[in-house]
Design a protein around this ligand. Structure first.
Ligand code: SAJ
Length: 414
């Protein structure tokens, strides 16, 4: 019987997974190496911002339905949700996964199940993780069970998607699939697909790669239209009226721990076959420089320009700044010598009056993330405080038509 589940790694995926399992009646405990995180969680406080997480978590901790620990111990199921960042050579850094699997092996007993939810390069489960377990004398599929079941939830909507999205289970054997499905069947309302581990690994990577390539199409279109003096945003709007066309949104670049990272896990395995993927990455990585060039042009006639950046997170309405193109843009602007002030109410709390002091005497509001709050701002009032009332909206989040404000987006800036 698979009675107790240990979730290893309590970040953006592990914590919501732990909560969902507990809400669905599983006996669970969570382990994280970060002592600060463990201390916070143990007090019922959450270290990440994600809708509907805190209210459930506080309640579960209060009712002793979840315990948080610094170290592993025995369990029946181990779910590995640790990060797989990219290293300096552009390759997947598997060290957290490998370390976690080795630690799990110290507590492994016959009948246990290990599920790797972390995103990994294709063949990792079979060629790297399985041998670590078998080295300890366990036969995978007979003594213990191993599957890759990639997380597919969208930050900002995790608690919904963790239940309603379909799941791909890539077990090392049919037995591994059966055991793994018996866990997800209890809380997933989407389809549960059973396959082998390398197919599951690749499907996960290609979902994000598909999106990255499609965003690159939108970003490249903006550059082309810009050169030809065409409003690229209008081109996207009109082209998308075709029943089989759906061009995504152009912007200042692609961030986050998924789209900006996962494609490299394919490139590292098959460099000469993945030219389109690599080109898309290059296009998306070039967008911060494209934006900086536009900013330079807008401010070229202004002495000691001051820029107010709105939004630092990698996308709207979340507090995550990992791989955020906004960070890169701010860094370059500061290096050039511009005076830059950042306003991001999702990262820290500001008194109402702070926004006024941020835009005071400013020459440009540069919108890099489309938080909902930014749509509710009275820009006419803010413009009256600026030295040069100019806005560059890289996310096409606003639609300002006001003769007192020079409003630019990626469609009308040349
Ligand atoms: N972006 C654009 N234009 C768009 C859409 C997104 O520039 O039209 C940018 C965003 O601003 C952001 C980046 O792309 O910087 C990524 O944002 P996202 O919302 O596309 O995706 P993530 O990284 O937050 O989450 C993705 C999701 N994958 C897919 O939608 C295929 C999610 O389902 C995955 O679980 C997650 O990656 C993950 O963990 O792999």
């Amino acid at each position: 019987m698979l009675n107790e589940i240990c979730v290893v790694g309590l970040g953006y995926i592990g914590l919501p997974t732990l909560i969902t399992l507990a809400l669905n009646g599983f006996k669970v405990f969570g382990v994280d190496k970060n002592k600060k995180v463990v201390k916070m969680l143990d007090q019922g406080l959450i270290h990440i911002k994600e809708p509907n997480l805190e209210k459930h978590f506080g309640d579960l901790i209060y009712k002793n339905k979840i315990s948080i620990r610094n170290n592993l111990s025995t369990a029946d199921v181990f779910m590995i949700c640790v990060p797989t960042p990219i290293d300096n050579d552009g390759k997947c850094d598997l060290s957290h996964v490998i370390k976690s699997v080795k630690e799990v092996c110290q507590y492994l007993k016959k009948g246990d199940l290990i599920i790797v939810e972390s995103t990994v390069p294709p063949t990792t489960t079979e060629n790297i993780i399985k041998p670590i377990i078998e080295e300890k004398g366990f036969k995978v599929g007979k003594d213990v069970f191993l599957s890759h079941c990639p997380e597919r939830v969208l930050p900002g909507n995790i608690m919904h998607e963790i239940i309603f999205n379909s799941r791909i289970i890539g077990g090392c054997t049919d037995n591994c699939n059966r055991k793994t499905a018996s866990i997800y069947n209890k809380f997933v309302k989407g389809e549960i697909i059973l396959t082998d581990s390398k197919t599951a690994e690749m499907a996960k990577l290609y979902e994000n790669t598909f999106r990255d390539i499609n965003i690159a199409i939108a970003n490249e279109l903006i550059k082309i239209c810009n050169k030809l003096g065409i409003d690229g945003l209008k081109v996207i709007e009109y082209a998308n009226k075709h029943p089989r066309v759906d061009i995504l949104k152009p912007g200042p670049g692609v961030g986050g721990h998924c789209l900006a990272v996962d494609p490299y896990f394919i490139i590292e395995k098959c460099k000469s076959e993945s030219k389109l993927i690599a080109t898309a990455r290059k296009i998306n990585n070039s967008m911060p420089y494209f934006i900086v060039d536009k900013v330079k042009k807008l401010l070229s006639q202004i002495k000691k320009p001051k820029i107010s950046v709105f939004g630092l997170t990698y996308k709207e309405n979340i507090d995550d700044i990992r791989e955020s193109p906004a960070l890169k843009i701010v860094k370059i602007l500061e290096k050039i010598g511009y005076q830059v002030q950042v306003y991001d109410p999702l990262i820290r709390y500001y008194e109402d009056s702070v926004i006024d002091s941020i835009v005071e005497d400013s020459d440009l509001i540069l919108i890099l993330t489309a938080h909902n709050q930014f749509r509710e701002i009275d820009y006419k009032r803010l413009a009256s405080k600026m030295r040069t009332p100019m806005i560059l909206d890289t996310r096409n989040a606003l639609n300002i038509e006001d003769e007192d404000i020079k409003y630019y987006n990626l469609g009308n800036i040349n």
